[in-house]
Design a protein around this ligand. Structure first.
Ligand code: APR
Length: 246
């Protein structure tokens, strides 16, 4: 299938969809300067990033942990939503039942104007104190103002559970979707990676949009290989047209 036909097919699927779920990964934010995880220049090539993404490092090296995540927060705050984020926020305005489910912790979909984003892996822009339960701050140099202990980002670290309510909402949305659009994710980390399967198992049609081929492409009705920041605006501009119009 050529890219043009795949784009047209994907556009038609979205135009005629009743319930769309968009499941995004780090590829969506690459154009905003946020590294992915598994690309050649990805975060997991950085040993410090690997070390400070495990829950036990919170206790083992609290100062190093805070330093690493504070630096990532600065990079995220300096980033801006790219045309891919803006297109998904626009899609949600065109189709209000659309659920945006992301593995990203950069908050860029919300900053692009999207509503009720399901942040499966939490958000680097929110911090919390696991000692006294403070979730609102204020934080003074990443310390809890209430109890003085170190605060931490509200991000799911390896070895930690996802927020049950967020995961359940995402699972229900996937199961109820008739079109499931995967954007910029290798979809290899569970339980998030199970969501496309749950959509397919309930009769949903899968669209994959990724810079490189994915194993899931074989289960997709439409496969788009390219950049999210280029393809999503093209996809979404067509959604505003009535079903059947090319
Ligand atoms: N447009 C579309 N896809 C892109 C782009 C782009 N501009 N740039 C890169 N990609 C693709 C890459 O080819 C890759 O397949 O995005 C995908 C990103 O995959 P990963 O780096 O594995 O990121 P992700 O799938 O989000 O990882 C999931 O794994 O380590 C955990 O918690 C971490 O949330 C993360 C989860």
């Amino acid at each position: 299938m050529t890219e043009g036909i795949a784009l047209e097919l994907a556009g038609e699927l979205l135009r005629s969809a009743r319930r769309i779920v968009v499941f995004s990964g780090a590829g969506l934010s690459k154009a905003s300067g946020i590294p992915t995880y598994r690309d050649a220049d990805g975060l997991w090539m950085n040993q410090e990033a690997v070390r400070f993404s495990h829950a036990q490092d919170l206790e083992r090296d609290p100062a190093g942990f805070t330093r690493f995540w504070a630096q990532r927060l600065l990079a995220v705050e300096a980033a801006r939503p790219n045309p891919g984020h803006l297109a998904l926020a626009h899609l949600q305005r065109l189709r209000p039942s659309t659920r945006l489910v992301t593995q990203n912790v950069d908050g860029l979909l919300t900053r692009a104007g999207a509503a009720d984003v399901l942040e499966l892996h939490g958000s680097l822009r929110r911090w919390r104190c696991d000692h006294c339960g403070n979730r609102r701050g204020p934080w003074l140099f990443h310390r809890c103002i209430r109890c003085g202990r170190r605060a931490r980002p509200d991000v799911v670290m390896f070895g930690e559970m996802l927020n049950k309510g967020v995961l359940l909402d995402a699972q229900v949305a996937a199961q109820e979707s008739d079109v499931f659009l995967l954007v910029g994710s290798t979809a290899v980390v569970y339980p998030a990676a199970d969501l496309p399967q749950q959509a397919l198992a309930n009769g949903g049609q899968l669209i994959t949009l990724n810079a490189e081929p994915l194993a899931l492409d074989h289960s997709a009705t439409a496969v788009l290989h390219g950049k999210a920041e280029e393809l999503l605006p093209l996809l979404v501009e067509g959604v505003g047209l009535p079903p059947g119009s090319a």
